[in-house]
Every structure is written in C-alpha cells, then in structure tokens.
Design a protein around this ligand. Structure first.
Ligand SMILES: Nc1nc2c(ncn2[C@@H]2O[C@H](COP(=O)(O)OP(=O)(O)OP(=O)(O)O)[C@@H](O)[C@H]2O)c(=O)[nH]1
Ligand SMILES: [Mg+2]
Length: 224
C-alpha cells in the first residue's frame, strides 16, 4: 500500500497544522486542498509539511476531494485517506483504518463513529442515525456511518468511477457509486471530536441537507 492523506480545508488555519502533524507519521504524503481560504490556511499547511493544492475560487468540499483524488492517482498512490481539516477526525485513528484495509482488502473503509446520544449534538445524532439507516436501504449494504468523511479508498477502484459532486453530497455519491460497481466496503471504529472548540461547521444545515437528499436520489435512481 502507498497511502496519502487528503484533507479538504476551507478557512481552517487554527486547526490544520495539528491535523497535518498528526497524520504525517502514518502516510507517505499529506495533501491539503484549499480553495479560497482567506485566513492563510495554505501557508500554514505548507509550513506544517503538507503539499497544498490551492486555488482562489471556493468550489466546495466535494470539488476539493475530487482534485485531491486525481492528484493522488497521478502520483501513483494506491490508497488515499480522507479526513477533515477542522480537527474533528483524529489522525491517531489512521492506523486502525489501514489495518482494516489490510485485513479485509476492502475497496472502501469507512470510519464509523459509535453514535452516543450523550456525546453528540442532538441534531447530529438524529441526522446521523436516521441518515445511515436510509443510506443502507438506498445503497443495499449496511452502512454504519453514511456521512463520515474519514475514509480510506483504493484508488484504482474509485478513480474508475465518474464523480461529479461539488459539496457535501460527495460522501453519498461515493457510497452509491462504489456499491453499484461492486466495490467491497468495510468499517473501522473511529472517534469523533465535538467538544474541543474546533472550527465551526461550514455546512448550511437546510441548504446542504436538501442538496444531499436530492443528489442522493439522482445518483441512485436517475443515473446522475
Ligand atoms: N477545500 C474545501 N474544504 C471544505 C469546504 N467546505 C468544507 N470543507 C472542509 O471539509 C471538512 C468538513 O467540513 P465541515 O463543514 O466541518 O463539515 P462536517 O464535518 O461534515 O459537518 P459538521 O459535523 O457540522 O462539522 C473541513 O475540513 C472543512 O474545512 C470547501 O468549500 N472547500
Ligand atoms: Mg466539521
């Protein structure tokens, strides 16, 4: 396995260096994709030892991840781990993701949080548990954590699939299309941080949830 980390980051300057430093021991390269941050995220990322693919115009998390995946493939990596730049995913959980990939040979390893009602904001608890059940029905496989962006991909399998997501619908597009093309999926237990004073979510709850739902239907039933 030749593995790189791909970190989409939009205005995450206060948090990104720690995520990069935490990830570097486990992967060959750390790649940050920054599209239009105004707070110096790209400079902080480079100083922390990451390759930073930076552009001026903000295009969304899905666009950033697609750029990162194309880069990883061009650099001949076999696997890519995606994780958030705001500190919500712990790089210390990368080894468990790698171990599950080695043991199972899965094309996609999904980081699965244990949904603990006491440790998760109420709205997130319900959107994640209900969302994961609906997703399992749509995808036709058990998906324990449909919205988690902490994932490990086999690049030859993923890059053979055409992806088009711009924003947060990326996670669903990948699940639906990888499952449809017969890819194997495994889960690895990960932790999730909600209370370390990390950056505020960039999600707009109503707009982005509606986007995710509509695009999921289009990916699943309309061949988008
Ligand atoms: N490059 C880039 N990264 C983005 C963009 N939007 C979000 N991200 C990054 O994607 C990661 C996850 O974004 P969040 O907005 O925290 O979304 P989330 O973690 O799924 O949602 P919460 O649970 O509400 O925090 C963070 O590292 C963000 O900086 C974007 O437009 N461009
Ligand atoms: Mg977040």
């Amino acid at each position: 396995m030749r593995t790189c980390a791909l970190i989409p980051a939009f205005n995450e300057a206060p948090y990104i260096a720690k995520v990069i430093a935490g990830s570097r021991p486990y992967v060959e390269k750390v790649v940050v994709i920054d599209d239009g941050s105004a707070d110096g995220t790209a400079e902080v990322a480079r100083a922390a030892g990451a390759i930073c693919l930076a552009s001026q115009t903000n295009c969304g998390k899905g666009s950033a991840l697609r750029i990162g995946l194309a880069f990883a493939r061009a650099e001949n990596f076999t696997h890519a781990i995606t994780l958030d730049g705001d500190g919500q995913h712990l790089p210390e959980d990368i080894p468990v993701m790698l171990r599950v990939a080695e043991e199972t040979g899965a094309d996609l390893v999904i980081g699965a949080r244990s949904f603990d009602r006491a440790r998760m904001p109420r709205a997130r608890y319900y959107s994640n548990t209900v969302g994961s059940r609906l997703t399992s029905a749509i995808v036709g496989r058990e998906i324990k954590d449909s919205q988690c962006g902490f994932r490990l991909f086999r690049l030859d399998k993923l890059c053979a699939i055409e992806l088009r997501s711009l924003r947060y619908e990326f996670e669903m597009e990948v699940l639906i299309k990888m499952a449809r093309s017969g890819c194997t999926i495994a889960h690895a237990p990960i932790r999730m941080v909600y209370d370390n004073g990390q950056a505020r979510s960039k999600m707009k709850p109503v707009r982005d949830t509606v986007r995710i739902c509509l695009w999921s239907l289009a990916f699943r039933f309309m061949g988008a």
